[in-house]
Design a protein around this ligand. Sequence first.
Ligand code: PTJ
Length: 246
Amino acid sequence: MIPKNHPRYNSLIEREKIKDAMKKSYLAESGMIAHGRGEAFDYLIEEKTSKTAEMAIKASLAMLLLSENPVISINGNSTALAIDQIIELSKKINAKVELNLFYRTDKRVKIIKELFEKKGFNKLLGTDPYNLKYINGLESPRATASKEGIYSADTILVMLEDGDRTEILAQNGKFIIAIDLNPLSRTAQMANITIVDNITRTIPLMIKISDNLKNKTEKELNKIINDFSNEKNLNDSLELIRGKFK
Ligand code: PTJ
């Protein structure tokens, strides 16, 4: 039992969730390494959502709300850390949710599908092997994409990605929004919008501000997107980290 007043409470809770997912056999072994990498970067941004990340979150929501077929792509780590929030966000912004695993096994697919079903969410895409297409240019099992989901999506929200997919999805005409604590990762660099933050803070914040953005006109949403520069935003995120070493 982790006491609530522990100075590292949130971080320890996240570790518990990751450990639990490992025990339940749906987290990839490398998922623990991916989490550790994230923790290190989170430490450098003081485990807080920066103003810079908030701007990227706003632009992302504007884009998701303007999209015809937005999809949230999930895997073992994101399920472990944020299953409830992912379901809630998908309902708020009318986005589909699709499972896409780098280390894809039937067993992991089945466990994650059942976890979503237990939460009353029966529409998880990417789980039916007979309804999968393949994204051109990708070799790994990550190439799988459901016809009505990632394959035909215009905007895809990705998180905890390992690097090769974002670039290819973008080449296939998709608008990619990435949540990645490491502003230097390939995913962060290749995405159209990069939110440098922890998914455990970003997704609840997206849920919170989505109502406000839903009231905006198409013109206002477009302005938020046009005023946003991902290059500048990524540089600002790096600057934030550099500031820690001055
Ligand atoms: O698809 P699966 O479930 O089979 O597993 C794939 C993993 C997670 C193993 C794979 O994608 C991987 O190895 O990821 P990487 O290459 O370690 O990249 C993960 C990225 O996510 C890194 O840049 C981390 O800094 C970042 N990251 C880790 N935890 C978080 C995070 N970003 C946002 N929020 C986090 N909680």
